[in-house]
Design a protein around this ligand. Structure first.
Ligand code: G3I
Length: 332
C-alpha cells in the first residue's frame, strides 16, 4: 500500500515496540516494520519467568536470543522485561517454601539472566507491577511469592543484585494504571511513589520509572496528577520512560478513522502530562501494528470491529498515533 511507503515518522527517534515471536518468525512485513520504525525492541514475552524457567533447573533463552540477534542485525537495542513480577510465574515457583530458598532463586535468576546479556541489554524492567490494583494503604504491595517469602526487602535485593551483575544497566521500576482521574489511580501513584522514595532513601540502585501507558480510551487523564508524579520522580534523579503504550479502544465510539483520532488524542494528553513533569527518556508501544496486539484478549469490541490500539494499522499504514509519538519525541 502506498501510505506504508512514505518515510517513517518515527525512524531515528527514541521509539521502540514490543515484538511477538510468531510474526517475527513468519511475517516479513512485521520484521520490516520493526526494523524500519524502531530504535529499540522489547519481547512481549521471552524473558518472563515462565518463558525462561519451565523447570527449576532449566533456563531457556531461545526467544530472547532471537530478539537480541534481530536487534543487533538491525542496529537496535533490546530492553529487558522483566525480572521481578507476580505474573507469568511457572507453577513450580508456588513450591518455594522458605525465605532462604526464595533469596537463592531470585539472586541466581538475576545473575544468570542479566549476566547472559550484560552490556547488551542496557535497560531492564527489574520490578514490574509492584502495586496492587486497588491499594488500601500507601505501603500496600501486591502479593507475589517474593513478597510472601521475603517481604518488601526483595525489591532492594533484586535491584542490588542487578546493579552488581551489570553496573552499566539502567534499572527500572515499571507500573501501569497511574495516569487516570480517580481515587484508585491517585492511591496507586502514592503507593508507587512511597516505594520509590523508600528505595532511593536507602540508596538502592534505581535509575528509572517506567509508565506502561496502557491507556483507556474512555478514561480521562489526570494531567496534574501525572505531571506531579513525573516531576517528583525527576527530582529523585529518575529517568521517566513510557514502556508499553497503547490505547484500549473497546469503549470508544465511531468508525475506525474517527477512533484513530480519539486514540491519538488520548495518547497526546498522556504524553504531554508526562513531559510536563519530566523529559521522556523513550517511548515504546506494546506492539507496532493493530494486527498483533494483546488488547482484544481482554478488551474486545462488542461491535465486531477490530481494536485499533497501536501506531500502525493492520496493513502497516501510519496512523495518527504514530505522528503524536513522533511529535512528542521530536521536541522532548
Ligand atoms: O506460548 C503459548 C502458546 O504455546 C499457546 O499456543 C498460546 C495459546 O493461548 O498461549 C501462549 O502463551 C501466551 C503468551 O502470551 C504468548 O503469546 C499466554 O497464554 C498469554 O497469557 C501471554 O500473554 C502475555 C501477558 O503479558 C502475560 O505474560 C501477553 O502476550 C503480553 O502482551 C502481556 O504483556 C503484559 C506485560 O508483560 C506487563 N504489562 C501488561 C502487558 C499486557 O497485559
Amino acid at each position: 500500500p502506498a501510505a506504508a511507503d512514505e518515510a517513517s515518522p518515527l525512524a531515528g527517534l527514541r521509539y521502540g515496540a514490543a515484538v511477538r515471536d510468531v510474526p517475527l518468525a513468519v511475517e516479513p512485513e512485521f520484521r520490516a516494520a520493526i526494523a524500519r520504525h524502531c530504535r529499540q525492541i522489547v519481547g512481549e514475552g521471552g524473558l518472563k519467568w515462565y518463558d525462561i524457567r519451565p523447570t527449576r533447573e532449566q533456563f531457556v533463552f531461545d526467544a530472547p536470543d532471537k530478539h537480541m540477534a534481530f536487534a543487533t542485525a538491525n542496529g537496535m537495542t533490546l530492553r529487558g522485561h522483566t525480572l521481578v513480577w507476580y505474573g507469568a510465574m511457572p507453577d513450580w515457583t508456588k513450591a518455594i517454601a522458605s525465605a532462604s530458598d526464595a533469596e537463592r532463586l531470585l539472586v541466581g535468576h538475576i545473575e544468570t539472566v542479566m549476566g547472559r546479556y550484560r552490556g547488551r541489554i542496557k535497560s531492564w524492567d527489574v520490578i514490574n507491577e509492584a502495586i496492587p490494583d486497588d491499594p488500601t494503604s500507601r505501603s500496600d504491595i501486591r502479593p507475589s511469592i517474593w513478597q510472601q517469602r521475603l517481604g518488601e526487602a526483595h525489591f532492594a535485593l533484586a535491584l542490588r543484585t542487578a546493579a552488581r551483575v551489570d553496573p552499566e544497566a539502567q534499572l527500572v521500576i515499571n507500573e501501569y494504571d497511574i495516569e487516570f482521574v480517580g481515587d484508585r489511580y491517585r492511591r496507586r501513584r502514592e503507593a508507587l511513589l512511597r516505594l520509590i522514595r523508600d528505595l532511593k532513601l536507602r540508596n538502592v540502585p534505581l535509575h528509572g520509572v517506567g509508565l506502561q501507558g496502557h491507556l483507556r480510551g474512555d478514561l480521562a487523564i489526570d494531567r496534574e496528577g501525572v505531571a506531579a508524579f513525573t516531576a517528583e520522580c525527576r527530582a529523585m534523579g529518575l529517568a521517566v520512560l513510557v514502556t508499553e503504550l497503547d490505547v484500549i479502544d473497546d469503549k470508544l465510539p465511531g468508525p475506525p478513522e474517527v477512533r484513530d483520532i480519539l486514540v491519538a488524542a488520548k495518547a497526546y494528553e498522556f504524553l504531554d502530562a508526562v513531559r510536563a513533569g519530566s523529559p521522556i527518556d523513550s517511548i515504546l508501544t506494546w506492539g507496532i501494528t493493530d494486527r498483533h496486539t494483546w488488547v482484544p484478549t481482554y478488551f474486545k469490541r462488542t461491535d465486531g470491529l477490530p481494536n485499533r490500539p497501536l501506531p500502525f494499522d493492520a496493513a502497516y499504514r501510519v496512523k495518527p498515533l504514530a505522528r503524536v509519538i513522533a511529535h512528542v519525541l521530536r521536541d522532548r
